[in-house]
Structure formats: structure tokens, C-alpha cells
Design a protein around this ligand. Sequence first.
Ligand code: FMN
Length: 136
Amino acid sequence: MAIVYDSRTGTTKAMAEQMAEMARSAGHGCVLSPVQAADPVEVAAADVVCIGSWTEGLFFILQHATKATMEFIGRLSLNGQPTAVFCTYKTSPGKMLGKMAAALAARGAHVTAEFKSRGPTVPGEFVGWLNSLDGA
Ligand SMILES: Cc1cc2nc3c(=O)[nH]c(=O)nc-3n(C[C@H](O)[C@H](O)[C@H](O)COP(=O)(O)O)c2cc1C
């Protein structure tokens, strides 16, 4: 599994780190990288992909993933592997996860989950999603 995140002040990084820990506890090999250091070829070679960003916008409207996140998604060439999008936010993530999912689907991902968190805590559904990935 490859987990890629963009974090400005550490919240999304903390969420991504917890996700990696949970994935490893569930028996998945996991490579965690900030988007600035992630290699699109390496990420595309993973059997499962998770991409996350902090929410950028006008707090109640026009929310989007960061430019670095969307540019990274644009460099991916995926082959139908299960993919999750995630974000941290303060007031509302709006439609950003849907936009990330659409961009990933256009790059060949099979997006099967979206996780949002007001803070670094990983939502409980993440464990269910991990369990749904057999042997990936
Ligand atoms: C310039 C800027 C714009 C933001 N816009 C939004 C927004 O539109 N909606 C929202 O819920 N949070 C917004 N936030 C809050 C962050 O998305 C939130 O605090 C996030 O968890 C920060 O993650 P990080 O610590 O990984 O950088 C904004 C923060 C900044 C700095």
C-alpha cells in the first residue's frame, strides 16, 4: 500500500501516519510519503493507494485539495487498484474528496473509499476498508 499526503501544519501528516500504522497492524506493507517526495511510478506500482490533503478553500465554499496533491494525481497512471481519498478539515471539506476521486478515476484508479476528519483522528471506517482489501 502507498499512502501519500499533503500537510501544511501536521494534521494530515498525523492522520496519514496513523493510517500507515493501522495498515501495518492489519498486515499490509505500507510506504508513507509526503506528496512533495512521492514518486508517481512507485505509487502506481502499489496494490492499494491512499491519497490525502488538507482542505483549502474559503472554509464554507470552494474547497479543494492542494495544488501539489492534484498535480501529483495528474502524474499517476494507475491500473484499477483499490484507492482511497482522505482529508482533514476545520469547517467543511465541501466536495473536495469527490473531486479528488474523479481525478484519480480519470488516472485509472478504482476509488472505493473517502475518509474525512476534523483533526488527525482516523475514522473508524478505515479499519473496515482495510479488512475489505484481501491480501493487498
Ligand atoms: C489557507 C487555508 C484555507 C483553508 N480552507 C479551509 C476550508 O475551506 N475548509 C475547511 O474546513 N478548512 C480549511 N482550512 C483548514 C485546514 O484544512 C485544516 O486545519 C487542516 O486540518 C490542516 O491540515 P494540516 O495541519 O495537515 O496542514 C484552511 C486552512 C488554510 C491555512
